[in-house]
Design a protein around this ligand. Structure first.
Ligand SMILES: Cc1cc2nc3c(=O)[nH]c(=O)nc-3n(C[C@H](O)[C@H](O)[C@H](O)COP(=O)(O)O)c2cc1C
Length: 185
């Protein structure tokens, strides 16, 4: 993969999980932006696997030659949508993703890109969600760590429904710029 006469691009794999993209304001825009970045490949999980039956070998092949893995999704019940969890459960298996001799994901970057319906202030000990948002990140961080992947600070948009067009646009632009940087990293 190359960009004109420049250095070869590294593949960045975005796993996009939104159960109702037709109603999405934020993640659909982010997915569109990702598709337009050279070197980025996006898998729309709910479109590809509406029956939840994931082609594990195909997903592992797709991941094997990527330099970075990105999860793109709305936060649902403090975590990832169920089909993405199914992807994690079936694709990141012992002996391939982690454990003795497993090297498939070692050294790749891992980036969480997610949105919340609630505003940032709702994520605090004395507020609706009882904890700062970072308190919900350990499962993601540990998935990356166990597989030997390098953690990139998450790109989170809080208050997804209320955010201004300007804020959303800046968030999408920053996402695309970082994706582009990852293809060159
Ligand atoms: C089943 C479900 C669970 C949700 N759980 C949370 C949650 O735990 N915390 C939160 O802030 N928002 C939650 N939301 C709101 C979504 O995160 C929000 O609608 C989404 O980030 C907006 O992105 P979109 O415009 O791409 O759909 C939930 C939404 C759904 C449908």
């Amino acid at each position: 993969m190359t960009a004109g006469a420049g250095a070869p691009l590294r593949k960045v794999l975005v796993i996009f999980a939104h159960a109702a993209p037709q109603r999405s304001r934020v993640n659909r825009r982010l997915a569109q932006a990702a598709r337009s970045v050279p070197g980025v490949e996006l898998v729309d999980l709910y479109e590809t696997y509406p029956d939840f039956y994931i082609d594990v070998a195909a997903e592992q092949d797709n991941l094997a030659d990527a330099a970075a893995l990105v999860f793109l999704h709305p936060i649902q019940w403090y975590g990832m949508p169920s089909l993405l969890k199914e992807w994690v459960d079936t694709v990141l298996v012992p002996g391939w993703a982690y454990g003795a001799g497993a090297e498939a994901l070692r050294g790749k970057h891992f980036w969480l890109v997610a949105s919340t319906g609630s505003p940032a202030e709702a994520y605090a000990p004395d507020a609706a969600h009882g904890h700062h948002f970072d308190a919900f990140l350990p499962p993601y961080r540990q998935i990356a760590a166990l597989c030997g992947m390098e953690w990139i600070a998450p790109h989170i948009l809080h208050g997804a429904h209320q955010s201004s067009e300007e804020t959303l646009g800046a968030h999408v632009d920053a996402f695309a710029a970082r994706l582009s940087a990852l293809t060159a990293a």
